[in-house]
Design a binder for this molecule. Structure first.
Ligand code: SF4
Ligand code: SF4
Length: 498
């Protein structure tokens, strides 16, 4: 009888299993890297401690009997209750963000022409500066959302947005004013070639217009960059951009400048010297990070003559270059890419609209001429006049009925929404490249965070030596101290979109 009671008790005792969203990567040094795509938890742990997760992933562990380390895995979501409905949990995370009407993302095109003609560019430069009535209409639309708005995220895009700094100024001040009045948070970012981003303008962007992120492209050494990224009327651009970028170091304030470096097979081979140059000039300022991108056939007529990399080679080179940059002290975008919901495209987000210079509304920044992407217009009174069927093509186009997506470990990052355009065109699951690169990505993240820990330890030691409290200022990336050698460390990589 007693035996029966004991057996019944053990049959009903709650158990834990490995989460379907736990990824494990051998770091090659006796450690494994664990990442949970739903919670964003990241750990570097001695391999022997997680052998049970790797060799017997279906093992059920009685929750009451978990040891200290296993309990930590449970808290961070690497282990979950055996009866957890994880797909539903991932779905809830998306719904909480995408169905949140208190948030609004506007991608604005203040000028649709460009002062550059890059060889690989796909844009058609059909229009110029945003018309005054469109600006007024956008302000009216934002005002009309004031009752429930809590977060306004603006991204300035083009063409080249700095061809219309007055439009950016007028709308930024209006948005900040509205947000101040209603107690909403305002944040902005800009993708710019930076040729016209004078020191005075970048200072104004940060200090007055709430710009928190800049993406600026430099395609290698001056000679290589100038071959690909030249002025529309002809002429070199590297030196001016580099001066403007360097001047941003003097701005006091909290922003991130992503230096995007597009490479092909040839330029990748000669990148070491360029990495050294930018590391000497920027790597000690944690606000500057780098991102490498293999050039592919993006649609520009000039790509036919470029030695573009095939996907596998491009991926290997990208991480080789990123590692070199991280070794020189740079941070990367990797943690943002792999975080929960980090790779779902804004085109799939029902709270995100692109508004063009003539008031057209789009969803995708890559297919402006595609009629499916011209989903509506803003009217003079600030109403968004949307073709709901076209809009639905983008926002009801996820992985919910896609078998690949439902069983995919990367679902909480992508949701099957990494590229609605790709799904429409091909009918296939639009897996983001970072999923294919996941082992590389985790190893890079471990390296980057180990470097951050070292820097922080140095800062602490310097502070102690100088008899003062160590500070984590705006020039530091060390907001999260993660001693990777410790199994008790964790960083949540989730956060607001910037
Ligand atoms: S990821 Fe796809 S849908 Fe999203 S902007 Fe790019 S091309 Fe368009
Ligand atoms: S699109 Fe690919 S990566 Fe994204 S959830 Fe589906 S199968 Fe996974």
């Amino acid at each position: 009888m007693l035996d029966l009671v004991a057996r019944e008790k053990s049959a009903s005792a709650p158990t834990a299993v490995r989460s379907m969203y736990t990824a494990a990567v051998d770091n090659g040094d006796g450690y494994h890297l664990l990442y949970n795509t739903l919670t964003g938890a990241f750990l570097k742990v001695p391999s022997h401690l997680v052998k049970f997760l790797l060799t017997k992933p279906k093992t059920r562990l009685p929750i009451d009997d978990l040891d200290g380390f296993q309990r930590r895995l449970f808290q961070d979501g690497f282990l979950v209750p055996s009866d957890a409905d994880e797909s539903r949990r991932a779905r809830l995370q998306y719904d909480a963000r995408f169905n949140d009407r208190r948030r609004l993302e506007l991608i604005l095109l203040p000028h649709e022409n460009c002062n550059f003609r890059c060889t690989y560019c796909y844009e058609v430069f059909a229009r110029n500066k945003m018309e005054p009535w469109v600006r007024e209409a956008i302000k009216r639309y934002v005002l009309s959302r004031a009752r429930d708005l809590q977060l306004l995220e603006v991204a300035w895009f083009g063409g080249e947005p700095t061809l219309a700094p007055d439009v950016i100024g007028e709308l930024s001040l209006a948005f900040r004013d509205i947000c101040d009045q209603i107690g909403a948070r305002y944040t902005a970012q800009i993708t710019t070639n930076a040729y016209r981003l004078t020191p005075e303008l970048s200072r104004r962007f940060v200090k007055e217009y709430g710009m928190k992120q800049f993406q600026i492209t430099l395609d290698g050494t001056p000679e290589e960059h100038d071959k690909k990224r030249h002025l529309a009327k002809g002429g070199a651009t590297f030196d001016r951009i580099y001066q403007n970028l360097s001047a941003m170091r003097d701005i006091e304030g909290d922003f991130t400048a992503i230096i995007r470096i597009n490479f092909d097979l040839e330029t990748a081979q000669r990148m070491q010297n360029f990495i050294s140059r930018i590391a000497d000039d920027f790597a000690d300022d944690g606000r500057f990070i780098v991102h490498f991108f293999p050039i592919s056939k993006w649609g520009g007529t000039g790509t036919d003559s470029l030695p573009v990399c095939d996907a596998n080679v491009g991926r290997a080179l990208k991480y080789e270059l990123l590692e070199k940059a991280v070794d020189r002290g740079f941070g990367s975008r990797i943690r943002k890419e792999i975080r929960p919901m980090g790779t779902a495209c804004y085109a799939a987000d029902p709270n995100s609209y692109i508004i063009g210079a003539d008031g057209r509304i789009y969803k995708c920044t890559v297919a402006f001429t595609d009629p499916r992407n011209q989903v509506g217009r803003i009217t003079r009174d600030g109403t968004l006049d949307i073709d709901i069927d076209k809009f639905g093509l983008w926002v009801v186009n996820d992985g919910i009925t896609d078998h690949n997506c439902q069983s995919c470990f990367f679902n909480p990052s992508c949701g099957g929404m990494a590229c609605p355009l790709w799904r429409m065109e091909s009918g296939e699951s639009p897996c983001p490249t970072v999923k294919q690169e996941f082992p590389h990505a985790l190893r890079l993240l471990a390296k980057e965070m180990a470097h951050e820990s070292r820097v922080l330890e140095e800062a602490v030691l310097t502070g102690v030596a100088a008899g003062k409290e160590p500070s984590v200022g705006t020039n530091s990336r060390n907001v999260a101290f993660v001693p990777l050698s410790s199994v008790t460390s964790r960083e949540s990589l989730s956060g607001s979109v910037d």
